[in-house]
Design a protein. Structure first.
Length: 296
């Protein structure tokens, strides 16, 4: 057996290295206060290029946080259940998804208000039901098949069609026609390819500005408080000061050139704070849907 005794100087150096290692590990495990872990549902991109959206969001959050020496870890989820599990177990600090995804899969009790995109006026992302002025509800109720145009994906529009529209026209077969863009849903209605379009209020307003004939021939027949936009929420366990700092930085950075470019890309005009009560109408809609499906 060979006994090796290290010089005292070597032992001291190794002890210092061990201490340094432990200090580094301590900061790694406590650094979450300075690392913003963001999750984004790719289904929320919808009308946007997924690749371009990822690039813009990554750059925006990176630039936004580096001014305060913070960092962001961005994860894009194709599977909303995986994203919900990561949030519900505290692995994400900030999430972005549409209302139905949030209500259906996430633990709302773990959420705190954050921010989302906003339009020129109030509630511009809210769902509206649009019909041709030449078509009445009574006329539709006499049809065997009623065609509805709406955005593809798991979103409030789909649940609205499968609950409120089905309820109103219970004696007709409801056929959903899914589109890649909300504007395409309006055009299908305009050209008499469908009977109803479900779109955000801002889509209808913008379409009327571009083509006055749309305003002449189409009209909103039902307005709702149901948001069709992507909503952002913090995890309630995130440090309050860090949450405030991130929010302040977001509203400041959105005024920059890159921030303005991001708003244009996501077809929104400004950043607005969002509270939990924004989900209340969506919760009621989903309960109505579950009731009709015999799930409650």
């Amino acid at each position: 057996m060979i006994l090796c005794i290290k010089p005292k100087k070597v032992v001291v150096i190794e002890l210092l290295m061990l201490r340094a290692f432990l200090v580094v590990m301590f900061f790694i495990f406590t650094l979450n206060a300075n690392i913003l872990r963001v999750g984004y549902s790719t289904d929320s991109f919808n009308e946007l290029s997924k690749k371009d959206s990822q690039i813009v969001l990554n750059l925006w959050f990176r630039d936004m946080l580096q001014t305060a020496e913070h960092k962001a870890e961005f994860t894009f989820y194709d599977d909303i259940t995986l994203m919900a599990n990561d949030f519900n177990t505290g692995k994400l600090d900030l999430i972005f998804a549409n209302g139905i995804e949030l209500v259906k899969y996430f633990d709302i009790s773990q959420m705190q208000g954050a921010f989302t995109g906003g339009g020129k006026g109030e509630n511009t992302d809210n769902l509206v039901e649009v019909r041709r002025k030449s078509t009445s509800a009574d006329m539709l109720k006499r049809q065997e098949i009623i065609k509805i145009a709406l955005l593809q994906g798991e979103n409030p529009s789909k649940i609205y069609a499968q609950s409120m529209i089905v309820k109103e026209y219970k004696n007709s077969e409801i056929l959903s026609i899914y589109t890649r863009k909300n504007s395409a849903a309006l055009l299908k209605l305009f050209f008499k390819q469908v009977d109803i379009a479900i779109v955000p209020k801002k889509t209808f307003s913008f379409a009327k500005e571009l083509n006055p004939q749309i305003g002449d021939k189409l009209e909103i027949v039902h307005k709702t408080d149901i948001s069709l936009g992507t909503l952002g929420y913090f995890h309630k366990n995130i440090d309050a000061q860090f949450r405030k700092e991130v929010t302040d930085l977001a509203f400041k950075e959105v005024q920059s050139e890159r921030g303005q470019q991001m708003l244009v890309m996501f077809k929104t005009h400004k950043l607005v704070k969002v509270k939990l009560d924004k989900l209340d109408p969506i919760i009621q809609l989903y309960k109505e849907y579950q009731k009709q499906q015999g799930l409650l």
